[in-house]
Design a protein around this ligand. Structure first.
Ligand code: CMX
Length: 438
């Protein structure tokens, strides 16, 4: 038996025992039937009209794709597989991954099984570290992170099996295998980049006794005498997991995946979008803004000082990072969850106090300015202050944390889309002349 065949057999045998795989195997035929019925019964119903302004305006509000892993309601925020976010903030990131994929929370066996898979596949190939070490010293951590993902594309099981003639109805299984292997490695890669990029010393080995989020905190190597950083990392990795299908990162990842590019290509594509300052990079920008305020006022400003400071920034044509959202019209429940964590665990911290004060002042200023449709904080408004409190002060790293978590949502959406046999994405564009002549 060749090593290749041996590998594939062990992978197939291993998967037969997976609770996650078995759950999906049971559910997917029902999902397929349900979607078939919906298309038969409602295939010609109209769910959205498109105006010219929307076509020029980032397709905002057009209902043109289906995403079952999560939904975002304008007035309550993220709902994961039917669970409003604030009802499930105590679950582990591994549990939310299972939930995103299957639509149900895992029992103890299902959780253990997924945790074992993540631990089993957590090791990162040596060539990844070689590539990262060869990169320029001032590379942004997001560039390093995405490079690491892309260079591992040669590991793709989907690609290998597709080349061997994998049947369409089984695509999702190979995508799931790639996805789990990829997600498993992300904390290790991220922690390695953190230690390499910010001269923190050699990499720290995985501790197989720890859960996924705690392990990440452990590999970062920051002091954590109370264990609160581990708690924060679990929360962080849980909260950022998914935000329906139309945001820049999810939509980019899914579009690339719809061409049957494997998850290494697709997740990397999505995360390149997350690296923009209007999207995931806003957490870095937000902490910069908070520190600017602290340094400018040598501590926490008064309400009046902060109001003036906010107006100055707006009048100079800059956005207030961490505020506003394309879909939400309320304070983001992910922000609320972070604030609850901060209120419970953090006292006498100027940076966190400024974040609280910004929340009291900025929405009123944005309302008065009247431009932003949503004057409320989004997920990025509070997260940086908490990380900063626990010693993670290198804020160019923050979007990498967001990325580890968001990869779970991207992978889940890809698995579901392949399970449902979704075709290649191809909306129609028109020219300005065409619009003028209508
Ligand atoms: N500060 C100042 N102005 C803002 C603003 C903010 N926080 N949010 C929106 N606006 C402005 C927009 O720039 C736009 O101005 P122009 O008409 O001059 O271009 C106007 O208000 C209308 O924008 P909108 O419809 O309310 O918002 P969009 O859907 O176009 O954009 C978002 C949404 C998030 C990009 C925008 O609110 C923003 O830039 N926020 C700051 C960056 C940020 O926090 N991004 C993170 C979002 C969460 C995530 O994806 O991770």
């Amino acid at each position: 038996m060749t090593p290749e065949v041996k590998f594939l057999l062990s992978f197939r045998k291993g998967k037969e025992m997976s609770k996650l795989l078995n759950t999906l195997k049971k559910k997917i035929p029902d999902w397929r039937y349900e979607v078939k019925q919906v298309i038969e019964e409602k295939g010609q119903d109209i769910i959205s009209n498109v105006t010219v302004s929307q076509a020029y305006g980032g397709m905002r509000g057009i209902k043109g794709l289906v995403c079952d892993t999560s939904a975002v309601s304008a007035d309550t925020g993220l709902i994961i597989r039917g669970f409003p976010l604030l009802e499930i903030t105590k679950i582990l990131p591994e549990e939310v991954f299972f939930l995103l994929l299957t639509g149900e929370l895992p029992d103890d066996e299902g959780l253990k099984d997924l945790q074992n898979q993540l631990t089993e596949h957590g090791e990162v190939p040596d060539y990844v570290w070689d590539v990262l070490s060869a990169m320029p010293k001032d590379s942004h951590p997001m560039v390093m992170f995405n490079t690491a993902i892309l260079v591992m594309e040669r590991e793709s099981i989907f690609k290998k099996r597709y080349d061997e003639g994998l049947q369409k109805q089984d695509y999702w299984k190979a995508i799931l295998d790639d996805g789990i292997r990829l997600v498993a490695k992300l904390p290790n890669i991220a922690a390695g980049i953190y230690r390499m990029r910010f001269d923190k010393g050699s990499r720290i080995e995985i501790d197989k006794s720890l859960d996924w989020g705690a392990n990440f905190a452990h590999m970062m190597g920051l002091d954590d005498p109370t264990g609160d950083l581990k708690k924060l990392m679990r929360l962080y990795l849980m909260l950022h997991c998914d935000h329906e299908g139309g945001n820049v990162s999810a939509f980019s990842a899914l579009t690339v995946a719809s061409a049957l590019s494997d998850p290494y290509y697709s997740v990397s594509a999505g995360l390149n979008g997350l690296a923009g300052p209007l999207h995931g990079l806003a957490n870095q920008e937000c902490l910069k803004f908070v520190l600017e305020i602290r340094d400018h006022f040598k501590g926490v400003p008064t309400d009046e000082e902060l109001t003036d400071f906010t107006w100055e920034r707006l009048n100079s044509g800059r956005v207030i990072p961490g505020y506003g959202h394309a879909v939400l019209r309320c304070p983001d429940p992910r922000f609320t969850a972070f604030m609850e964590f901060g209120n419970e665990h953090i006292q006498n911290d100027d940076v966190f106090s400024i974040v609280q004060k910004i929340f009291n002042i900025v929405p009123e200023v944005l309302k008065e300015q009247g431009k932003a449709k949503n004057p409320w904080p989004n997920v990025d408004a509070a997260s940086g202050a908490l990380l900063y409190h626990y010693g993670l002060t290198e804020f160019s790293f923050y979007t990498v944390l967001f990325s580890i978590s968001r990869a779970m949502g991207m992978v889940s959406q890809m698995v579901v889309n392949r399970a449902l046999g979704m075709p290649i994405t191809r909306p129609k564009s028109v020219t300005t002349d065409w619009i003028k002549n209508q």
